[in-house]
Design a protein around this ligand. Structure first.
Ligand SMILES: *Cc1c(COP(=O)(O)O)cnc(C)c1O
Length: 370
């Protein structure tokens, strides 16, 4: 029995020899490896969630609102309030994490015989979900400084004519934002080549120094902005992601969504969180200043750092980043090795967690120069 492996099963050809997404979940004192918000939800919000879930529980004999109308209305209001760009119920779709949003987009606009492109290094799930939906994956280029060169990227789009283009801004794992002009130029390139859907993944936008690209949706029906409550809202455990786009895109993804995909408990919990947006966004301000402190202190300690608009920082350079990762772990701090040679990524934690991390990397520097 135990000698049967995945590849011994009749799995689809494109899944053979592949590894699942697997950030280590290790039990160490300081975990700064998955870009979670380090602050637990405030107690009044916990109470409100309990209340709303209790209400929802009374109706669990029924299927949930299939169209999640109340939730999408509140998400639209949050987007309008924070971006100044008018977003309505018809523009918003929600699912179990933005990973499911991305999966639904790929099931709708990708699939067998079609391709998607991302500019790497970037969020690895874009490629993995592409594979899972039978969509061919094209790894597009980024410069040595991790920015997207418009001309090189537009050329890749013209050459490959992908059906879906992913642009992650702020980018994960590098932290840098993609300029608005670059996104506009790539949208034009994608329309000229195919036309194709352009998905702007704004999972970290609340932490950015700059503005959301939501206003670009005006007059661009092939543009999608995806968002999540996993990072800024401190609710990674909730599993709630959403998108904003032209109403036709929202209609299209309903062709592939499973009926009643968003449980009544999830909808109730997300609605409670949205009632407490103000408090949650205050934590975001705190994390932004901690992020800026990490950037400054890492530089002061002699590290190279990529400019960050997210709640994490990519730092280097290491001759052997995996050994450096292990040495930081030996000091009780878990950071992320994304397999980018020479670099590691640290998520902004609480001030105490960040102090522990900074102590560890300062010691590491001393050890290296000794
Ligand atoms: C964390 C992250 C997500 C969020 O995924 P969820 O499924 O909403 O938790 C999406 N995109 C990027 C780039 C991320 O880093």
């Amino acid at each position: 029995m135990s000698d049967v492996r995945i590849d011994d099963l009749p799995v689809r050809a494109e899944l053979r020899g592949k590894s699942p997404y697997g950030a280590p979940q290790l039990d160490v004192p300081v975990r700064l490896n998955t870009n979670e918000n380090p602050y637990p939800l405030p107690e009044p919000l916990v109470e409100r969630i309990a209340e709303r879930v209790r209400e929802a529980a009374r109706n669990l004999n029924r299927y949930p609102d299939r169209d999640a109308v109340e939730l999408r209305t509140q998400l639209a209001k949050y987007l309008t309030d924070t971006s100044g760009h008018e977003v309505g119920l018809a523009n918003v779709w929600a699912a179990n994490g933005s990973n499911e949003v991305i999966q639904q987009l790929l099931q709708t606009f990708g699939g067998p015989g079609r391709t998607a492109i991302g500019f790497e290094p970037s969020y690895s799930m874009h490629g993995l979900i592409s594979r899972g939906t039978g969509t061919g994956w094209i790894s597009g280029p980024r410069g040595d400084d991790f920015t997207i060169d418009v001309e090189v990227a537009a050329k890749a789009i013209a050459e490959h004519r992908p059906d879906v283009v992913f642009i992650t801004t702020p980018n994960n794992p590098t932290g840098n934002a993609v300029p608005r002009e670059t996104v506009l130029a790539l949208y034009e390139a994608a329309q000229a080549a195919k036309p194709s859907m352009v998905v702007v993944d704004e999972a970290y936008i609340e932490f950015s120094h700059g503005d959301s690209l939501l206003p670009l949706l005006e007059g661009r029906p092939n543009l999608v902005v995806s968002r999540t409550m996993s990072k800024a809202f401190g609710a990674a455990g909730l599993r709630l992601g959403y998108l904003a786009a032209h109403p036709a895109v929202v209609d299209a993804v309903q062709l592939v969504r499973l009926p009643y995909h968003l449980s009544a408990v999830t909808q109730a919990t997300a609605l409670a969180a949205l009632e407490h947006t103000d408090v949650l966004l205050k934590y975001v301000e705190q994390l932004k200043s901690e992020r800026d402190r990490l950037v400054a202190e890492l530089r002061a300690a002699g590290y190279e750092v990529v400019e960050s608009d997210a709640n994490f920082v990519q730092f280097g350079r290491f001759e052997d980043s995996h050994t450096a990762w292990q040495k930081i772990l030996d000091r009780g701090v878990l950071v992320r090795d994304n397999g980018i040679p020479g670099w590691l990524r640290v998520s902004a934690g609480t001030p105490d967690e960040n102090d522990a991390f900074l102590d560890a990397v300062r010691e590491l520097k001393k050890e290296q120069s000794a």
